[in-house]
Structures are given as structure tokens and as C-alpha cells.
Design a protein around this ligand. Structure first.
Ligand SMILES: Cc1cc2nc3c(=O)[nH]c(=O)nc-3n(C[C@H](O)[C@H](O)[C@H](O)COP(=O)(O)OP(=O)(O)OC[C@H]3O[C@@H](n4cnc5c(N)ncnc54)[C@H](O)[C@@H]3O)c2cc1C
Length: 418
């Protein structure tokens, strides 16, 4: 038996740990195009900000692979799955055979066609090498344009600001983090960014990146006609699953690779997990890409168990985002920013804080906490377990909402007390 895992990040770790719980002997080979041992990808912004060093970013101890008997092939890209031979092809033509295969290839930045993309100083920000490249450029940088005010763009903006670089964020929507935040919550985050000195331009986008005679980016032209000088551009518009090579090899995919509740693809002995997978959605049914760290680990683990012959079902992913920007914590869970006739919204707006609960019938299906996040964990539990909140709905947004508000039976079950 020989298991091959493509990708060496959190989904791969989940799978390795599950496989080794079941079987210590199976050969496991991890192949990834990044040259590093597994690291905490979300920490690349702290690295760029100068708040963590590279040696603090490991997601597992340095002996992880050795202890788990894993062969690594790092800095190597898979270009094709040879289904008939049950092998994967590397970019140098070499083939590695598998009895079971896990595709855990995550996502790549979405880069829309735009004049000037090939200029020096035009960057993306999702890998360690992106952070290192930007870090090396910082001493020369005076003004950076970040395209996109999603989580990744804003984290890059905050990190560069910490390093003393002037930053302007350009966003097509009318607010920051528009996919998960409504206008009120978006405004709180935007205010914090602007107060810190970051310029945010909304309802506009970069139409063209301008370069100097040496081929370096030195400005942008916005769709509105406005021109801005800069020394670098970070494109952070979104992330698309790395499913292309698998799709070409016959694996069924939409946006991501479609998997069932066992992380199986349409092809025998081929599984997918993490940001590349379109897996079951807990709240809405159907399948969906849910590109968050905990989801990738759990999916990897489910895939690993099933590959090793232990039946494990994925209960479905729950969308969650937790971010702190310039001291403002923001947590979103579930259907945080969806408008629909069957949803009811409760909100509480205070100076510098905003809380929102989204109900479907008698259960909570979404929440936003901006500024004040103390009750977010408890509300997430209500969403995850789909608790009937009929008797506590008026208390859900209270500052002192707590287990005391839970019906007595539930309190006993949760806390073992009455
Ligand atoms: C700046 C930033 C901040 C983030 N912050 C958060 C956060 O606060 N909370 C949160 O939950 N999530 C956060 N995320 C998202 C989180 O990092 C991802 O959900 C998670 O890393 C997905 O893990 P994965 O194992 O599916 O794939 P990835 O971590 O994307 O790893 C996939 C690996 O596969 C490699 N690969 C791709 N194609 C091939 C190929 N053909 N051959 C070989 N190797 C290949 C890739 O290079 C990569 O190394 C953040 C992401 C970024 C970039």
C-alpha cells in the first residue's frame, strides 16, 4: 500500500495524523510545490509585520515527517494524474505510484486580466515566499496599493502599515470584507483601518498597473480615472481552488473538486480535502468550497480515516472567520451576510461595536460580532448544534447572555449542572 498526498499544508497533516492512527506501516508520500515543512499559512501576515520569525511558524514539530514515517518530495509540482497506471506525474516527468491518492492542493490567487500584471513589484499574498519577497522589498517601499479588501488583502495592508509603509486599499464593493460583513460591520472595520492611517477606496478598482522604464510598477490607474503613484501592488481579489490538473485528469470539479461526505471524489481511490474541495455545507446542504483552516484540517482527517479503511463521515463545514485588525476583533459564523425571506435578523449597534444574529425559524444560522466578541463562542455552539432558541431569542444579544439563559435540560447537558 502506498498513499500519496498532493499538497503539504493543514489538510495533509489532518490526513497523515488520521492514517497513522489506523496504520503505522502504509507508505505515505507527500508531494508539494512549496519547499517548506508545513507552516501556519495565516501567520504569513504576522511574519511580514515582523511579529513572528520563520522558525516560529511551523504547524508541527520539525520531526513530524520522520515520526510519522512520511516521505516528502518538496518543491515538486504534480501536473497530471495517470489514472490507468494509478500514478501522479511530476513537473520533471517522473511518476509516483499510489494505491490511494489525496488531493490537498489548496487554492491560488485569482488574478483578473489587467494591463501591467507582469511588472516587477506586482505581488500576491498567500504563500511564505510571497511574504519573504514583500519583506525584502519593504525598505524600498513608500506606497503600496492593495487590490481587494477581503481578509487576505486587509491582513497584507495591516502588516505593511506596521512596517511603516503607506497603504491604499482599492475595493470594488461598497465596503471592506463584503463577502462576510454587512454595511454596519464593514464600516466599523473600515473606520479602524482609516483611523490607523490606511486609505480605503471603495466602489472602484484598478484598471491598469503602470510601469517605469525599468519594468517596475510605479502607479495604477483606477476605473474611475483616478491615478495613484506606488512602488508595489498586491493583488488580493480572491482565491480559486487548485483543481485544474485534477479536472483535466477526469476528477469531477466545479469551482473546487466535488467530494462526498467521506471526501471521496468521483474516481475510485482518489480523495480531496481542504480549500481545493467542494464539500458538504452544514447549514445549507449541497456542496461548497469553504476555504478556512479548521475546515481543511477536519476534511483532511476524514479523508485520512476513510483512505485507511475506517468509515468516517464529514458532518459538513461551517463557514467561520475570525480576524483582528488594528485592535478590532471581528468574528463571522454561518450565514452572516445572506439576505433571504426565510431569515430573520436581530442586531445590536453600539459605538464601535456591532452584533448580529441571523435566525431561520427557531434556530440561529448566522452571526456577526464586530468590536465585542465575548459571546461569539457560545453563539457558534448554538449554530453548530442547531439548538432551538425560541425561549432565549430576546436574550441572544444581551451583554450578559450566558448558559444561565439556556433551557434547564440543555444547561444540564452542557454543563452537568442545573
Ligand atoms: C494571509 C492568509 C491569512 C489567512 N487567515 C486565515 C484565518 O485567520 N483563519 C482561517 O481559518 N483561515 C485563514 N486562511 C486560510 C487558510 O490558510 C486555508 O484555509 C488553509 O491553508 C487551507 O489549507 P489546505 O491544506 O487546504 O491548502 P493550502 O494551505 O492552500 O496548501 C496547499 C499546498 O498545495 C500546494 N500545491 C498546489 N498545487 C500543487 C500541485 N499541483 N503540486 C504540488 N503541490 C501543489 C500549494 O503550493 C500549497 O503548498 C488564511 C490564508 C491566507 C493566505
Amino acid at each position: 500500500m502506498s498513499y500519496v498526498i498532493i499538497g503539504n499544508s493543514v489538510a495533509a497533516v489532518g490526513a497523515i495524523e488520521a492514517i497513522r492512527k489506523v496504520d503505522k506501516e502504509i507508505n505515505i508520500t507527500v508531494i508539494s510545490d512549496e519547499p517548506y515543512a508545513v507552516y501556519s499559512r495565516p501567520l504569513i501576515s504576522e511574519y511580514l509585520a515582523g511579529q513572528v520569525k520563520e522558525d516560529m511558524m511551523g504547524y508541527r514539530a520539525p520531526d513530524f515527517y520522520e515520526r510519522n514515517g512520511v516521505t516528502t518530495m518538496l518543491g515538486r509540482k504534480i501536473t497530471e494524474i495517470e489514472r490507468a497506471r494509478k500514478s501522479v506525474k511530476l513537473d520533471n516527468g517522473e511518476e509516483v505510484a499510489y494505491s490511494k491518492l489525496l488531493i490537498a492542493t489548496g487554492g491560488s490567487p485569482f488574478i483578473p486580466p489587467m494591463k501591467g500584471l507582469g511588472l516587477g513589484g506586482v505581488m500576491t499574498f498567500i504563500k511564505m515566499d510571497d511574504a519573504k519577497k514583500l519583506d525584502a522589498m519593504v525598505p524600498e517601499l513608500k506606497h503600496v496599493i492593495v487590490i481587494g479588501a477581503g481578509l487576505i488583502g486587509l491582513k497584507a495592508a495591516e502588516s505593511l502599515h506596521h512596517r511603516g509603509v503607506k497603504v491604499t486599499v482599492v475595493e470594488l464593493a461598497n465596503r471592506v470584507m463584503a463577502t462576510v460583513l454587512d454595511v454596519e460591520a464593514g464600516n466599523i472595520v473600515q473606520k479602524a483601518l482609516e483611523q490607523a492611517g490606511i486609505t480605503i477606496i471603495t466602489e472602484d478598482t484598478v484598471a491598469e498597473i503602470i510601469g517605469d522604464s525599468a519594468g517596475m510598477a510605479n502607479g495604477v490607474k483606477l476605473k474611475s480615472g483616478k491615478a495613484l503613484d506606488c512602488d508595489a501592488v498586491v493583488v488580493a481579489i480572491g482565491v480559486i481552488p487548485n483543481a485544474g490538473f485534477a479536472k483535466e485528469s477526469g476528477v469531477e470539479a466545479n469551482r473546487g473538486i466535488i467530494v462526498d461526505d467521506h471526501m471521496r471524489t468521483n474516481l475510485t481511490d482518489i480523495y480531496a480535502a481542504g480549500d481545493v474541495a467542494e464539500g458538504p455545507d452544514y447549514l445549507n446542504g449541497g456542496v461548497r468550497v469553504m476555504p478556512i483552516w479548521p475546515n481543511a484540517y477536519i476534511q483532511g482527517k476524514i479523508a485520512g480515516f476513510n483512505m485507511a479503511g475506517v468509515d468516517r463521515e464529514f458532518g459538513g463545514g461551517l463557514a467561520m472567520n475570525s480576524i483582528e485588525l488594528f485592535g478590532v476583533p471581528v468574528i463571522t459564523v454561518g450565514l452572516s451576510n445572506v439576505e433571504s425571506d426565510d431569515l430573520e435578523v436581530l442586531t445590536k449597534v453600539e459605538e464601535n461595536s456591532y452584533r448580529k444574529i441571523v435566525l431561520r425559524g427557531s434556530t440561529v444560522v448566522g452571526a456577526v460580532f464586530a468590536g465585542k466578541v465575548e459571546r461569539a463562542g457560545m453563539v457558534t455552539g448554538l449554530i453548530r448544534d442547531q439548538i432551538d432558541v425560541s425561549d432565549m431569542r430576546d436574550r441572544l444579544l444581551a451583554d450578559d447572555f450566558g448558559y444561565i439563559d439556556f433551557p434547564i435540560e440543555l444547561r444540564k447537558e452542557r454543563l452537568g449542572v442545573s
